[in-house]
Write a protein of this length. Structure first.
Ligand code: NAD
Length: 386
């Protein structure tokens, strides 16, 4: 080459390759929270390896462990961590150690506060039955085969949040009050989410209320009827919450999307877990809006929060017994809803399905208690099959 050529070709433009980094805050919390989220993190690492994504994970304190180290169930550092993250994976909070009368320093105050802060007013709880678990549910197979329900629970209003909320002493003994209050706007926005999701599914929306007794429910039903006029393609059905409690397990296949007040939704989704066989199976996503192509930048900056629907299960905490599938499926929801990684989310669901169909069971879903596997074994199997 005559010795005059530069050591490297000069006509090549080196393009900067931008690799998307997804920042995830992990708030493990108390009881079984750290155990189940650890298994989700194994799955996240498997997804990262298989699909070549970068997930930047940072841990934050919440709940009882946060009270122990800072005196606050939601320390400022955790709030800041959540606000700068793209999504949040949450475990569970609470336990007998922190049971006391002052609600503001109870672990549950931490999760209620972060939901409020992130404006995650809609909690999506899909209820499905994995075919291989059809005999693990106490409900007869003919009632639950093929069930596919989406519960949309209002999450930042209603009985859990409205004021007054207090306890006090009177000359005639102690008193306590909680308030069930909703504004028209709060009801409109949750119904709107319910109708939009129903449009993407079987086009049926069941609105749960207690119309015959509660004023807030009368308003709820009035607003549901009004909003329903904008969605003529969706069949709207109203049901009283007590009737819902019965129909959910006697005719679960008759439901598509169910929309409900905060407390009602909390209760009926624990009941719905029995259709799936265990509370440990159900995931959830708490969202502040439905993402569309027109979602504004400021809205899209609010991270969504993903968590199994169960609590901290103090009765089995620390025993490597908890079912991690609710948390793992919550991670799958995160990949799809927050990051648009549909194939990655499906890879997790397929792996869960495969491991269950091979007969592996944690004790909550086992029909034979002698042949159970631990939390970490279930996580190992699911993550290594992604
Ligand atoms: P829980 O959901 O913790 O447990 C109810 C039952 O389900 C228990 O028998 C438990 O062993 C079982 N269970 C729960 N998760 C399981 C899993 N992954 N695998 C196998 N079995 C599982 O409800 P609880 O006992 O009423 O409440 C315990 C604590 O959790 C309380 O302090 C409560 O306030 C708190 N809690 C927190 C949240 C949350 O953090 N989002 C939700 C509900 C309850």
């Amino acid at each position: 080459r005559g010795g005059s050529s530069p050591p490297f070709p000069t006509n090549i433009v080196y393009k900067e390759i931008s690799i998307m980094t997804y920042k995830i805050a992990v708030l493990q919390g108390d009881g079984v929270g750290p155990e189940v989220t650890s298994e989700s993190i194994k799955c996240l690492k498997a997804v990262s390896k298989k699909f070549n994504h970068v997930f930047d994970i940072e841990f934050g304190l919440i709940g009882g462990v946060a009270i122990d180290s800072t005196g606050n169930p939601l320390p400022k550092e955790t709030e800041i961590l959540c606000e700068k993250s793209d999504a949040i994976l949450f475990g569970a909070v609470g336990g007998p150690k922190w049971d006391n009368e002052n609600f503001n320093i109870r672990p549950e105050g931490g999760i209620l506060a972060i939901r409020k802060k992130l404006k995650t007013f809609a909690n999506l709880r899909p209820v499905k039955v994995f075919p291989s678990l059809i005999n693990s549910s106490p409900i007869k197979p003919k009632y639950i085969r093929g069930v596919d329900i989406l519960i949309v629970r209002e999450l930042t209003g209603g009985l859990y949040f409205a004021k007054p909320k207090k306890r006090w002493n009177t000359a005639r003994g102690k008193r306590g009050v909680d308030t069930l209050k909703y504004t028209e706007k709060e009801i409109e926005r949750i119904l709107d989410v319910g109708f939009k999701l129903a449009q993407q599914r079987q086009k049926k929306l069941t609105s749960v209320d207690k119309f015959n007794v509660l004023e807030s429910s009368r308003l709820w039903r009035e607003v549901a009827v009004k909003i329903g006029r904008d969605y003529p393609d969706v069949e709207l059905e109203h049901i009283l919450v007590d009737n819902m409690a019965m129909k959910l397990i006697s005719q679960p296949k008759s439901f598509d999307v169910i929309v409900s007040e905060n407390t009602f939704g909390d209760i009926i989704s624990d009941e719905a877990a029995i259709i799936s066989s265990s509370l440990g199976m159900l995931p959830s996503a708490s969202i502040s809006h439905l993402k569309t192509n027109n979602t504004s930048k400021s809205k899209s900056q609010l991270p969504f929060l993903y968590e199994p629907i169960h609590g901290s299960a103090p009765d089995i905490a620390g025993q490597n017994k908890a079912n991690p599938i609710g948390s793992i499926l919550s991670l799958a929801m995160m990949l799809n809803l927050s990051f648009g990684l549909y194939n990655e989310s499906q890879a997790i669901e397929r792996s869960v399905n495969k491991i269950l169909s091979q007969g592996f069971r944690t004790s909550d879903i086992a029909t034979n208690q002698k042949e159970t596997i631990s939390t970490s074994q279930m996580g190992d199997l699911i993550s290594s099959n992604i």
